[in-house]
Design a protein. Structure first.
Length: 144
């Protein structure tokens, strides 16, 4: 849907707000960061997250030209395969509409929550994985 709207194709009914449609939660950002076909760009304002997100590129600013330049560099690298989307980790005041237009037809996804929210999600998920590794609690006296 974001790529469809960025390409200015007709939508039946009321079109959703592009900024809301492209917004990622902390858990969605982690999932998208695991997909090698996504280009993950971290704005300087969210720079602390670059270390938390494997393969993320730090950008000096959130201007469309900077994002287009990173996109061109990614497309030139044949070993990465096709590009699925651009995932931008940026500030809340980033103009999603302008950036979407600048990179169309490639979809844009945006995470603009705090770095602490993302780190908290990672911590919570690590606790879940640890609990899964230990397995279910056994009642006392079950003989195991």
């Amino acid at each position: 849907m974001p790529a469809w709207q960025a390409s200015e194709y007709d939508v039946l009914g009321k079109a959703p707000n592009l900024a809301e449609l492209t917004k990622l939660t902390a858990s969605e950002l982690w999932i998208e960061s695991q997909f090698a076909s996504n280009l993950i760009l971290v704005a300087a304002s969210q720079g602390t997250l670059q270390k938390q997100i494997k393969g993320a590129l730090l950008m000096t600013d959130e201007k469309p030209k900077t994002i287009q330049s990173a996109l061109k560099q990614r497309i030139k690298k044949p070993n990465y395969g096709a590009l699925a989307s651009v995932v931008l980790v940026a500030s809340k005041d980033t103009d999603v509409n302008v950036i979407s237009q600048a990179i169309k037809p490639i979809p844009l996804l945006v995470y603009s929550d705090t770095p602490d929210a993302f780190v908290s999600q990672l911590t919570q998920q690590a606790a879940v994985w640890s609990a899964h590794e230990r397995g279910p609690k056994q009642p006392k006296g079950c003989g195991r």
